[in-house]
Design a protein around this ligand. Sequence first.
Ligand SMILES: [Zn+2]
Length: 362
Amino acid sequence: MYCSEKTLALMEELTQLIGISGQERHVCRALASRYACLADDVIRDYNGSVYAVKRSKSASPFRVMVSAHSDEVGLIVRQIRPNGLIKGRVIGGLWEDILPGARVRLLTDEGREFRGCVSTLAQKAMKERLGKEKVPLDMVYLDFGFISDEDARANGVLEGCQIVVDGPFQVLNGGRRLLSKAWDDRFGCILGIELLENLRDTELPFDLYVGANVQEEVGLRGARTAAELVRPDLAVVLDCTAASDTEQFTPPFGGIGQGVMVRYADGTYLPNRTMLLDYVSLLKKNGIPFQFHESKGGTDAGCINSFSRGVPALTACICARNVHTGSMMIDAEDYVNCLRAVTAFITTLNSSKLEAYRSNNS
Ligand SMILES: [Zn+2]
């Protein structure tokens, strides 16, 4: 086994929770209850971002923020039709082409869950009507078996209720590969918990804040208020990025099982080079496989990096196939290696390194 039974159980629990952007409460609560046993304190901002605080005994500790994001892409109820079918609005970068025929899960505000599917015109009928087989989103209906508008509403369904594409957690090939919905970014939420477990008996020269921001998938919104909550001096952002290895492995965009991602540029941030190179030498020293990587998109590092007078920020990502679908595939060794990398980075961090990173461009 590449991951322990305990880790696999935690992965199943957290990936299967439903929490689209703006409605992350079930994920935030699960994280808070885990943090309570592993940290000195649990703090939250008023949008729902939640952090464990591990305090230092040092007289004037600096602050290190390790962030995942709790939200996932999905849909919300936009309109309930007289026949009980539901029209949805996509939240975040859900890949709409995967919707026809997909299984979906709806969660009401009271926490009742309904299972269903996406219903559309049959493929042939779609072609006759539109001259193409591609299904436009306004002809996609979310079908939970309700027979009328009244039926849906009597069951607690309201405009704005959250829906995700189903994707059960499955261990493949003896544990080598892990398939689930929501690895982006429950991967980071899980890694944060195991990081706290790894550091339980380690005294650090800084206060460590490990947590998850809300609303990353809709434009890094939660990280802004979370940074205000923590006021970090340095940040490590844990996220899951898109692999591009289905045709052939084409660096620098990532292959699963090829090691942790070292992100040298993306659409929202350019890393602190001193910190990035320090991380690379640490990976080499510890024999941790890695791949250089760039992305058009961004992570919360892009937001936290611009907080206040600037925060040196590192992204510690792994890559997944089928990002933003219900069938995200990751490699278990990539997870284990990323946990090793972040644990090593945090345990060797000190104030002189922080000063070196802060002097990056001077
Ligand atoms: Zn993400």
